[in-house]
Design a protein around this ligand. Structure first.
Ligand SMILES: *Cc1c(COP(=O)(O)O)cnc(C)c1O
Length: 233
């Protein structure tokens, strides 16, 4: 485990260095930016080492894996678990039984399913609305169409979930900057009606600098810290 610990420490140091540099370039305080370490496909032992190294936020995108790996009865009490993957309605109840924050609410139907699951588990759940930033909606990497986002935010805010803000994945193969700027503008608009919805979850291993420049508050970074995932990930 020593070797892995050093690998993870080096990955974390490198990413924290990139975050500090991007914040300096953007004139932002690094304390405004939360690093969510995406541990999908990696074992619980990695989560425990990351926790020892100071990580308090982890992200997962597969329900069954996360349910087994991060059971709330058997994980550090100060660890916040973020569910960032595409969400099927029939998995919403399960996700609500271990996640603290769901980043991928992209349709109204998920809201009552998440509410029921959280209620049943006796847990509080926060949610972000995922926005599709692709110009070609059908080609998107998940998320609600921007025009549907305000209404979906109303639905979340009117439920027992706590609306935290917006999330997006940059479109593939193009400069992420304009997309992140559109996300930022939409987030500002949502925040006028919902002052507590202050999170912008954007930026991954390859584009975190652009996301920080466009106002991201939460980065979701996996491979730059943990190494590459199995090819089908
Ligand atoms: C896997 C994943 C990430 C992390 O991606 P990396 O490129 O490994 O940093 C971020 N966001 C979502 C939604 C993901 O599924």
């Amino acid at each position: 485990m020593t070797g892995r610990r050093e690998e993870l420490r080096a990955g974390l140091d490198a990413v924290r260095g990139r975050i500090d540099a991007a914040c300096a370039a953007a004139g932002r305080d690094p304390a405004e930016v939360t690093l969510v370490v995406v541990t999908k496909f990696f074992p619980r032992t990695d989560v425990d080492v990351l926790h020892e190294l100071g990580v308090r936020d982890v992200g997962e995108n597969r329900d069954q894996e996360a349910a087994e790996k991060l059971d709330p009865r058997d994980r550090p009490a100060d660890l916040t678990v973020h569910f960032i993957g595409q969400l099927q309605s029939n998995k919403a109840g399960s996700v609500a039984s271990y996640a603290d924050v769901v980043h991928s609410i992209d349709r109204p139907k998920l809201v009552p399913a998440l509410e029921r699951g959280a209620h049943r588990a006796g847990r509080r759940l926060a949610g972000l609305v995922q926005v599709n930033l692709d110009e070609d909606a059908a080609a998107g990497r998940g998320g609600a169409a921007p025009t549907d986002v305000p209404a979906l935010c109303e639905t979340v805010a009117g439920s027992s979930l706590e609306l935290r803000g917006l999330m997006a994945v940059a479109p593939l193969g193009v400069d992420p900057r304009p997309a992140f700027e559109r996300l930022h503008a939409l987030a500002e608009r949502v925040r006028r009606d919902h002052p507590g919805a202050s999170w912008i979850s954007a930026g991954m291993s390859g584009d975190l600098e652009a996301a920080i420049d466009a106002g991201a508050t939460h980065l979701r970074v996996g491979s730059a810290i943990l190494g590459s995932r199995p090819p089908h990930a």
